[in-house]
Structure formats: C-alpha cells, structure tokens
Design a protein around this ligand. Structure first.
Ligand code: ADP
Ligand code: MG
Length: 460
C-alpha cells in the first residue's frame, strides 16, 4: 500500500464517516507502513489510539480491503514526536499500543479481487438500514437475494427516486453475499462504469476479455441502469451479458430510477427481461422512516461524540420539516452535529433553524396560517369557528394544537401571531400546544401520522 492509496481511502472515509468525524478522528491519522498484512498508522495520543481503534478500526480496515490492500489488521501507535518528513515512512520507531482490531470476517477477501467492480461502502449494510413502510418490500427482497439460496427472483429490480436507499441496499446484498460465500465472484458496478469499460474494450479491441469477465461472475449487480438507456451499443452488450448470466442461473440485481416500463429509451427487450424478475420500488419516505433514520444516525453520532446534548423534539422537528430524500436528511444531521460541536451548544429546535435554514427553506412552500386552519378543519371535520375559538373540548382543542404545531413548523410566524389566529390567550398557549403535539408524536403514532398527512396536504 502506498501513501497515495491511503489518500484515496481517506477520501472514501470522509464520505462514509462525515466531515465532522473525519476531521476529528481520521484526518490526524498518519499512514506509516504496511507489513505482515498489518497497516500501521501514527496517531497523536494514547487516548486517540484506543478511541480510533475501537470506533473506526473496523471501518478503516474494511475500506482498505475494499481498495484492494492486502491487509488483515490495522494498528495505531503513538508517534513519539520525533520530526518526520511528509511521505517518509522511515520514521523513528513508534510506541506500539496494543489495539489490534479483530479482522471483521476472513471472508471479506473474496475471489472478486480481480473483478473490475466498484468499491463497496462499509456503512451500507443491512444493520444500518432502517426499515419502514416505504421500503419494507424492497428490503425483504434484498434480504432474500442476499441469502443466496436459489435464484428465484431473477433479476431483482429495485427502483425509486434519488436518495431512497437503492445503492445502500445493493451494497448490503453484496456485503452479505461476500460474507456467506467467500469464493463467489460478486460484481457490483454502476451502469455508467459498465459503459465505460465496454467503450474502452471496444477502443482497445479487446471485447473478448470484457465478455469473459462479465460472463464469469456468479452475481452481477448493476446500479442506476437508467444511465445506459438510449446508449445503443452498450445496451446491446448489456442485454447479451444479461441473457448469458440468466441462462446459467446466475443472480442479477439491478437498480434504476424508474420502473423498466417507464424508461422510454430502454431497449424493449431489456425492459421485458427486467420485468420478468421481481420488480420492487422504494417509495418516498414517510415521517416515521425519516425519524427512524435520524434516531439511528443521531445515536451513532452521539456515541462517538458524547459531549453533544440534544433537546427533546429536535429529531421529530427535523423528520417533519425535511421532507426530501434520506441523503438530505443525513446531510442535515451531519451538519447539525458539526455545528453544535463547534459552538458547543445543546442542539435545540432553534439551533436547527439557524443551522439548517437553507435546507428548511427549500422544503418551505410558504404555507399560510389560513391554509393550515382550513386544512386542519377539513381533516378533523370541525368548523373554522371552533378551531379559532377558545373551547377546550378535546375534539377541538387537539386539532387546534395540531394547527399551532404546523404553524410553528411550516411557517415563520411568531408565537403571538399564531396565538391571535388560533384563539390563544397569548404566546404561552401556543408554546404549550406545540410542545404537547411534539410529546404526543413521540408516543402516539396516530398523532405522528396526522402530522405527516397534514404536512403533505399543505405542501402539495
Ligand atoms: P439511492 O441510491 O436510492 O439514490 P442511497 O442508497 O445512496 O440512495 O441512499 C442515500 C443515503 O441515505 C445513503 O447515505 C444511505 O445510507 C442513506 N439511506 C437510505 N435509505 C436508508 C435507510 N432505510 N436507512 C438508513 N440509511 C438510509
Ligand atoms: Mg444510488
């Protein structure tokens, strides 16, 4: 392994652990050398060493393996402070710290080393995949295929909008299959990479090798197939590869941004072949799934960064307000944590509003208080006079609180303004109403669902 390889692995690590963790824990690590299948690194302190080895050893190891480095262990030793020239591995001996990281699975090295596949993200595993209504079918199908028993769904076609977990699920399948069948030739790549390799093979007049490689795999996974739609010769080659593999009973897994029938430029023969297997879609996220992902990621981030504190209701607020894809949700959380760490403040809804103003704004459709009132009345089947009145009867008080909550989270109106519209005595009534709904959302899925449906109605 060279320093250059480490440079590339660092790039991958940045993507998978996020900027905040990267700058805190990965950036300070200096690659020393590789010997006896052990990658040795220098770190600044003993504490750092044990922390990194416990929290990131595994991820670093997996990334190294993914990059093709022949390595079984990683070791972090304290640099004893002697001057070191950049890029020079001939440093004074470091104090070894006993922090061996167990090799995650001997099976990570597979017969696929020489295959031209893409790197698998070590964090895209089934363990890290949150299952909810919108993705449960896709998840179940992926799990089934990952068992690798008999090829019943061939191909498995996963489709859905951007950032909904297609790539994550594909990597998870690949990791699982690799662990179960160490010798299997599993090839994962994007349709774009497939095309580039094919074009290169054509240019180099070496399509034989290309064909041999692609037809010798046990499992072929092609991500974002929409990319080759309309690219005639690549599609043709893909079609032949596809048929050859299907005939041999090899598993094929493909993802796309739309259903095969909706890809206009896709060769009709390919579309109908894709249609023959199992076609499942990942639906747009709902409130619960977003909250689940946020909780999972926040838990991990807080375990790594225990001094960070978070007020109640923050994740619920984010799940409600950030209604786009999971990548955006995840990015928002990473930024939030970095910001909180920087300013050393508890994460509150106010902080979220400060720090994520741009993201929140882009999902803000400028909903008005009148629209909220009207929509809530329709939804709960109550009269406008009731919701804007002062009656405390539960049947109108709860919808009113919901309207307060939606007003606070979907508009930038102040508490007194909302109070005036919604029969509140003063801002404390609204404050209380908003809190009440936030509390209820966490324990009562009906209320959470009401909030989600109402938000969608208002943002539609
Ligand atoms: P797609 O390929 O559909 O565009 P990705 O698989 O790249 O989407 O997912 C985008 C990001 O969201 C990734 O970081 C992924 O880990 C995360 N993600 C998507 N779905 C889930 C899920 N159900 N649970 C946890 N993380 C998810
Ligand atoms: Mg993808």
């Amino acid at each position: 392994m060279t320093h250059e390889t480490w440079g590339q692995v660092r790039g991958e690590l940045l993507k998978s652990v996020g900027e905040n963790n990267f700058s805190a824990w990965i950036d300070p690590i200096v690659f020393d050398r590789l010997d006896a299948r052990t990658a040795r690194f220098h770190v600044p302190t003993n504490f750092f060493s044990s922390w990194v080895s416990q929290n990131y050893g595994d991820v670093i190891l997996r990334h190294l393996i993914s990059a093709g480095v022949g390595v079984d262990r990683v070791e972090f030793a304290v640099d004893n402070g002697l001057p070191r020239r950049a890029g020079n591995s001939n440093v004074a001996p470091a104090q070894p710290v006993e922090t061996p990281v167990a090799r995650p699975a001997a099976t990570l090295r597979t017969g696929t080393d020489e295959l031209p596949g893409a790197t698998l993200n070590p964090l895209y595993t089934f363990d890290n995949f949150i299952v909810g209504k919108p993705n449960e079918l896709a998840h179940a199908a992926a799990r089934r295929v990952a068992e690798g028993r008999d090829v019943t769904f061939n191909p498995l076609f996963l489709y859905g909008g951007v950032g909904l977990g297609k790539t994550h699920l594909m990597h998870a399948i690949a990791w699982d299959l690799r662990a179960r069948f160490p010798g299997a030739r599993i090839l994962y790549l994007s349709a774009e990479q497939f095309m580039y390799r094919f074009v290169r093979a054509l240019r180099e007049q070496d399509t034989m090798t290309f064909k041999q490689i692609f037809r010798s795999v046990d499992v072929l996974m092609v991500d974002d197939v929409q990319f080759i739609a309309g690219k005639t010769s690549t599609q043709e080659e893909f079609f032949h590869t596809f048929n050859a593999l299907v005939e041999e009973g090899k598993q094929i897994i493909i993802s796309g941004d739309r259903a095969p029938v909706d890809m206009e430029e896709l060769d009709a023969r390919i579309a109908s072949r894709l249609q023959c297997g199992l076609v499942v879609d990942l639906h747009p996220t709902d409130y619960e799934l977003r909250l689940g992902v946020l909780q999972h990621k926040a838990e991990q981030a807080m375990a790594r960064n225990p001094q960070i504190r978070m007020a109640e209701g923050v994740l619920e607020f984010m799940a409600l307000r950030i209604s786009t894809n999971i990548r955006v949700v995840e990015g928002a959380l990473i930024r939030l944590f970095a910001f909180a760490d920087l300013v050393r403040r508890e994460i509150t809804v106010d902080l979220v509003q400060d720090c994520l103003a741009d993201i929140l704004k882009s999902t803000d459709r400028r909903v008005t208080l009148d629209q909220i009132i009207k929509t809530c009345c329709e939804y709960y089947k109550i009269r406008q006079n009731d919701i804007t009145g002062t009656s405390r009867a539960r049947a109108v008080a709860r919808p009113r609180q919901m309207a307060m909550y939606l007003s606070k989270s979907l508009t930038s109106r102040s508490y007194p303004e909302i109070a005036r519209k919604l029969g509140g005595r003063d801002h404390t009534t609204v404050l209380y109403g908003v809190r009440k709904i936030e509390e209820l959302m966490a324990i009562d899925s009906q209320i959470a669902e009401d909030a989600e449906i109402l938000r969608r109605m208002l943002e539609a």
